[in-house]
Design a protein around this ligand. Structure first.
Ligand code: PLP
Length: 408
């Protein structure tokens, strides 16, 4: 038997059938098909509310790459102060969702922006966070050529990282951002060129469950922004403190204490360098806002025993939910939380291994977990599927069917 991650308390009420806003998994599949990603807006609302209570006065941006499903972004737009993009394809999706609005600021960070990416961003009024001197020069040239005012932030490669985070993205040589010591030079260049300098963006890592690590990172980020501002002699209008807030995926994971992080940030900001007195601070979050709202539902197609081991073979797989298979950057494969949707809350009766329908041994969704007995036709639910689920999966691999998505 192997452990699995914790099922969020949001789903544990009731028992019997797993349900979302009064609709059972089976009803949702009947209406929308399977395999199906269900995103529950009430959980997103709750997370946003918790953020607002903990971080009064600090703006909230949504990192679209976590989940760009149009109805989810449309819902999110009513809860946050801006959207952060990581590609011009995301800009297209945001525009298609009707979210190019003057009251919803967009910013764009990410390496490898092509000149057409930059031109589209300037055209749409998106603030571009430049990642290199070369990128800045191309952006300034485009703005000059098209006679448009570019809004530019500088993404900083800080001399520190987010300790113990899933993906460390600071303190090292990096394709992300401009090494911090070179940032003042770029800021001067932006100002001299007559472009709008929006400020600084520092992203030092993600998926941290340690309040202490996030607090230290935010403190170091505010101090670094103060040093850069002092060197150029200008107040940055905005400092994006990054994010990095994690959610529990695996056995033993404890939720991040965001109330402690918020209290410490309030203290950090109360004591910030004077040159940042007029600066607006924001935090950008992806998985913390949407990760727990999503459940991937997939139907059991076959049940078989091989050399004493019971397998449930489902109609979905890693082509929709790569992260649950352990192949999305994890060092060790561990089980996501899973359940039998139509026997939710029942006592475990057997040890099973849940595999997807792809013809590869990598397609392992839950390894040797304890579940109530499931038969062909029953529905398996995989939790923590709201962020980096479908959008982070190789849906074309093996030409199986597409997944459906619904926001309830
Ligand atoms: C991926 C990313 C995020 C979102 O990370 P989460 O772990 O989903 O919160 C935010 N900002 C930047 C720059 C990113 O690359």
């Amino acid at each position: 038997m192997k452990a699995m991650g914790p099922v969020s308390a949001d789903f544990l009420r009731g028992g019997g059938d797993l349900s979302f806003g009064g609709k059972s998994a089976e009803e949702l599949i009947a209406a929308h098909g399977a395999p199906l990603f269900v995103y529950n807006h009430a959980i997103i609302d709750r997370q946003a509310k918790r953020y607002r209570a903990a971080f009064a006065g600090v703006g909230l941006h949504y990192a679209v790459k976590a989940n760009p499903f149009a109805p989810l972004m449309q819902h999110m737009a009513g809860l946050v102060d801006g959207l952060d993009l990581a590609s011009s394809g995301e800009l297209v999706r945001v525009e298609a969702a009707g979210l190019l609005r003057p009251d919803l600021p967009l910013s764009f960070a990410g390496p490898g922006k092509t000149s057409s990416d930059l031109a589209e961003a300037v055209q749409a009024g998106v603030c571009v966070h430049v990642e290199s001197e070369n990128e800045l020069e191309r952006l300034l040239a485009i703005a000059k050529l098209t006679k448009q005012q570019a809004s530019i932030g500088v993404r900083v490669n800080p001399p520190f990282g987010l300790k113990g985070s899933g993906m460390k993205m600071g303190g090292l040589a990096s394709q992300f951002g401009v090494d911090h010591e070179a940032v003042p030079g770029l800021v001067r260049r932006i100002v001299e060129a007559g472009a709008e300098w929006r400020g600084l963006h520092v992203y030092a890592g993600s998926q941290s469950l340690s309040a202490e690590a996030v607090i230290d990172m935010q403190r170091a980020t505010v101090a670094l922004a103060g040093e850069i501002a002092t060197e150029v002699g200008l107040t940055p209008p905005e400092v994006n403190l990054g994010g990095g807030f994690g959610i529990p995926y695996f056995a033993g994971d404890k939720p991040l204490d965001i109330e402690a992080v918020g209290a410490a940030l309030e203290d950090t900001l109360a004591n910030r360098p004077l040159i940042l007195a007029g600066t607006n601070f924001v935090i950008e979050l992806g998985r913390w806002l949407v990760g727990e709202c999503g459940v991937y539902l997939t139907r059991v197609v076959d049940r078989k025993v091989s050399r004493g081991k019971t397998f449930l073979v489902v109609d979905g797989g890693l082509h929709h939910m790569l992260a649950a298979s352990g192949n999305f950057g994890q060092l060790l494969r561990r089980n996501y939380p899973v359940a039998v949707a139509n026997r939710f809350g029942d006592e475990p009766e057997e040890e099973v291994t849940v595999v997807g329908c792809l013809c590869t041994p990598l397609d392992l969704l839950a390894d040797e977990v304890a579940l109530p007995r499931a038969e062909v036709g029953d529905v398996i639910a995989i939790f923590c599927a709201g962020a980096y689920g479908l959008t982070a999966s190789p849906q074309a691999f093996l030409s199986q069917g597409a997944a459906r998505e619904v926001l309830v």
